[in-house]
Design a binder for this molecule. Structure first.
Ligand SMILES: *[C@@H]1O[C@H](CO)[C@@H](O)[C@H](O)[C@H]1NC(C)=O
Ligand SMILES: *[C@@H]1O[C@H](CO)[C@@H](O)[C@H](O)[C@H]1NC(C)=O
Ligand SMILES: *[C@@H]1O[C@H](CO)[C@@H](O)[C@H](O)[C@H]1NC(C)=O
Ligand SMILES: *[C@@H]1O[C@H](CO)[C@@H](O)[C@H](O)[C@H]1NC(C)=O
Ligand SMILES: *[C@@H]1O[C@H](CO)[C@@H](O)[C@H](O)[C@H]1NC(C)=O
Ligand SMILES: *[C@@H]1O[C@H](CO)[C@@H](O)[C@H](O)[C@H]1NC(C)=O
Ligand SMILES: *[C@@H]1O[C@H](CO)[C@@H](O)[C@H](O)[C@H]1NC(C)=O
Ligand SMILES: *[C@@H]1O[C@H](CO)[C@@H](O)[C@H](O)[C@H]1NC(C)=O
Ligand SMILES: *[C@@H]1O[C@H](CO)[C@@H](O)[C@H](O)[C@H]1NC(C)=O
Ligand SMILES: *[C@@H]1O[C@H](CO)[C@@H](O)[C@H](O)[C@H]1NC(C)=O
Ligand SMILES: *[C@@H]1O[C@H](CO)[C@@H](O)[C@H](O)[C@H]1NC(C)=O
Ligand SMILES: *[C@@H]1O[C@H](CO)[C@@H](O)[C@H](O)[C@H]1NC(C)=O
Length: 606
């Protein structure tokens, strides 16, 4: 009741006109990293300034990743070093597929992981609205969601056609340079009825359905603090997103089930998904919530049971969506208790809490990584020596993404936990992981660019680097040309060590999916009046630059025996697109440098 009353009261204040949210004052820009040294809590009243910066920067990163005509949108381009680009995307199909976001440190556009990103961003907007509103970041959240959904709408030109990739992975990964000379042609690859992609259809449907809820007025009353930003409400946009979600789901539900990479082998070298059952169940459940139609709920329930999703213990990531499903089932049982009954099922809130808590308790106890439905999650996991959750081997290519996603899940789940002591445990655990990411780690590193002087300096981003030399990515130029504020990198290695090397994509490359739960986390912190983030306690210049060499999938210690150009295709399943070829390039660099003894010199970073 309280939740509904609060929602009602806030909605009454919302402007009647519903359209894209414009910044009310000057366009927000990231402050210099030195601002991260200034403690804010003690003498500020409104929203915490540091969390506001962290949120603002996290959203600014998505502006830096924009593709297409950067003059579009409510406030145009706020990233001074980015240029309009790739307006011909889609021309091979007579379509306009310009827009959207570049996937990572490169320029390709990939729909499957992007569905994960848009789902996480939308889910965060749906529940932590007061944080976005209080910090005046709603216009940027809105702009980010629309920039993404507007492109997904273009990528879904007819019921069964969904473009899953734009750009040639080989060409893209062989290019290291700015955004004015990105190699073309950039072929676009669709799935359709004859070449089905159940996974990508439903991944995208889940994102559209969650987006529809974020824009439908904030009635996701899972707890009293769970509301969408009031100013985000746009019934027309919500209806448009919902229509795309329904259509994609219906196509997926009525065609032969297949994974997109099996239907379009040419795109297999970027992102290979392992199955469609988790995305199918997530889409069905999100659609049930968005439509209040129990038919979707029944589908979600049946898929969950049929594929025995109870035992998944891997990460929440683009290739594994089940942890979000655990939480979403609890949210649905709380906010839409009628849905189960409509499907002839019990509204099993306690049962869904048991499912979610079995997962969280396992991870909080340090067991993460073992078990699960996805082959790469089969090995025992645990944590790094300093306590960062480590899913093995998924985390080998990106330690931070699954942890940020976990923190998001824990913050949203804690108020729904079966007991207050569990809630407290989950919050404490989430905060400890977040502290690590924001500087409480053996490297004294802040793993977000431009937030603090100890932030990494050399993100592996082709446009931000200003470099041109694909064979000397690390040193050309010596100093990163532009600050890509808000970018979250792959992160430290399993040893907790972090080398700030631009050519080490494992550690320093940012990506859309890595950051996708951060806005939710920062908005949650603002909404709950949290203390300063950990990094304000770090002194400038204390970041540790480890000795030795990284030894990871980007910079292996031993040179690979043989590297056949085409042979890499098909085995690459790294989260970071460009893995294979940047890896290959890195390998070439290493090989060249091994010959000159470079590897023996100590690591140097700024
Ligand atoms: C807090 O007060 C100190 C001392 O007056 C000042 O230097 C600092 O800028 C203030 N911080 C904020 C966030 O207002
Ligand atoms: C980009 O969009 C702006 C605003 O609509 C428009 O004036 C401009 O012509 C577009 N630029 C290109 C290259 O299409
Ligand atoms: C991508 O580009 C490479 C190198 O030019 C070419 O060999 C390959 O056929 C292209 N792949 C596709 C799917 O267009
Ligand atoms: C954008 O264009 C300007 C020249 O107008 C150039 O200096 C800058 O490097 C370009 N940005 C990127 C990311 O290539
Ligand atoms: C269906 O998708 C396949 C694979 O991308 C493509 O080759 C084919 O042209 C598409 N069919 C239609 C009718 O667009
Ligand atoms: C597309 O899907 C919608 C709803 O899912 C349906 O009403 C419509 O008939 C479909 N169109 C075609 C051409 O199949
Ligand atoms: C999906 O397909 C199944 C099997 O045909 C059907 O029972 C179910 O009702 C469909 N779901 C929806 C929402 O139409
Ligand atoms: C589901 O998975 C769990 C854990 O692996 C297992 O114990 C159980 O037997 C499975 N249930 C079914 C119906 O396969
Ligand atoms: C949310 O609203 C629904 C529909 O009014 C209601 O049945 C449910 O109990 C509410 N949940 C909470 C937590 O208030
Ligand atoms: C509720 O969920 C629990 C845990 O998943 C399950 O064991 C139980 O059978 C469910 N009860 C009903 C009535 O569906
Ligand atoms: C279900 O999806 C998961 C995650 O994508 C995958 O690992 C698993 O193999 C799939 N299961 C089946 C039976 O297809
Ligand atoms: C990590 O990336 C490497 C190189 O691209 C790839 O071979 C490997 O399968 C990836 N590992 C995981 C767990 O995704």
């Amino acid at each position: 009741m309280l939740a509904l009353t609060l929602a009602g009261a806030l909605m009454a204040l919302a402007p009647l006109a519903s359209a894209q949210v414009k910044p009310s004052g000057p366009v927000w820009m990231p402050p210099p990293a030195t601002e991260g040294l200034v403690a804010a809590t003690s003498n500020s009243s409104g929203p915490n300034k540091q969390w506001t910066t962290a949120l603002g920067n996290a959203l600014y990163f998505y502006d830096a990743q924009r593709s297409g005509n950067l003059s579009l949108g409510t406030y145009g381009n706020r990233v001074p070093w980015r240029n309009t680009t790739l307006l011909n995307d889609g021309s091979d199909w007579g379509l306009d597929l310009s827009g959207g976001f570049h996937d990572a440190g490169d320029y390709i556009k990939c729909t499957f992981p992007f569905g994960f990103t848009m789902f996480a961003l939308s889910w965060g907007a749906l529940s932590f609205g007061p944080g976005f509103d209080a910090s005046n970041q709603t216009p940027y959240m809105d702009a980010t969601l629309r920039w993404g959904f507007d492109w997904l709408i273009k990528a879904h030109p007819s019921n069964d056609t969904l473009f899953v990739q734009v750009g040639n992975t080989t060409l893209d990964n062989n290019y290291w340079g700015g955004d004015l000379h990105i190699p073309e042609p950039r072929p676009a690859f669709p799935v359709n009825r004859t070449h089905p992609g159940t996974d990508v259809w439903t991944s995208t449907a889940a994102a559209f359905a969650m987006g529809a809820m974020a824009y439908d007025g904030g009635l996701w009353n899972t707890s009293k603090s769970a509301l969408a930003p009031t100013s985000l409400k746009d019934a027309n946009y919500s209806a448009t997103l919902l229509q795309h979600a329904k259509t994609l789901y219906e196509v997926a539900n009525t065609t032969t089930k297949a994974n997109f990479f099996a239907s379009i082998p040419e795109v297999g070298e970027a992102y290979v998904s392992y199955g469609w059952n988790d995305t199918m169940a997530t889409a069905a459940l999100a659609l049930a919530a968005a439509t209040n139609d129990s038919a979707y709920y029944l589908d979600a329930y049946n898929t969950y049971v049929e594929y025995n999703m109870t035992a998944y213990r891997g990460s929440w990531c683009w290739e594994g969506r089940i942890p979000a499903l655990y939480v979403l089932f609890v949210e649905v049982a709380t906010a839409r208790p009628n849905l189960a009954a409509g499907a002839g099922l019990a509204n099993n809130l306690t049962g869904w809490q048991t499912e979610a808590e079995a997962y969280f308790d396992y991870i909080v106890a340090g067991n993460n990584g073992a078990g699960g439905l996805t082959p790469p999650h089969q090995l025992p996991g645990g944590t790094t020596p300093a306590g960062l959750v480590y899913y093995s081997p998924y985390s080998d290519n990106n330690t931070l993404q699954p942890v940020i996603a976990l923190v998001h899940l824990l913050f949203r789940y804690a108020p729904l936990a079966s007991s207050t002591s569990k809630a407290a445990t989950y919050l404490a655990f989430a905060n400890s992981q977040l502290d690590y990411i924001l500087g409480k780690n053996p490297m004294k590193r802040v793993y977000m660019v431009g937030l603090h002087p100890n932030s990494l300096q050399n993100p592996s981003s082709a446009p931000a680097s200003g470099g041109q030399d694909v064979l000397d990515v690390r040193n050309d130029p010596k100093t990163e040309a532009y600050v890509i504020y808000g970018a979250i990198p792959g992160g430290p290695l399993r040893s907790d060590k972090f080398w700030d090397f631009r050519d080490d994509w494992v550690e320093t490359e940012p990506a859309l999916d890595y950051s996708s739960s951060f806005p939710a986390i920062a908005a949650y912190k603002i909404a709950t009046g949290a203390d300063d983030p950990y990094y304000v306690h770090l002194e400038a210049g204390t970041a540790v630059n480890p000795k030795g060499v990284p030894c990871d999938n980007a910079l292996p210690c031993e040179p690979k025996k043989k590297l056949k150009g085409g042979a890499i295709a098909g085995i690459v399943v790294g989260s970071v697109v460009g893995a294979a070829l940047i890896g290959a390039v890195a390998w070439l660099i290493i090989r060249r440098r091994r010959a000159s003894g470079y590897d023996e010199s100590p690591a140097v970073t700024k």
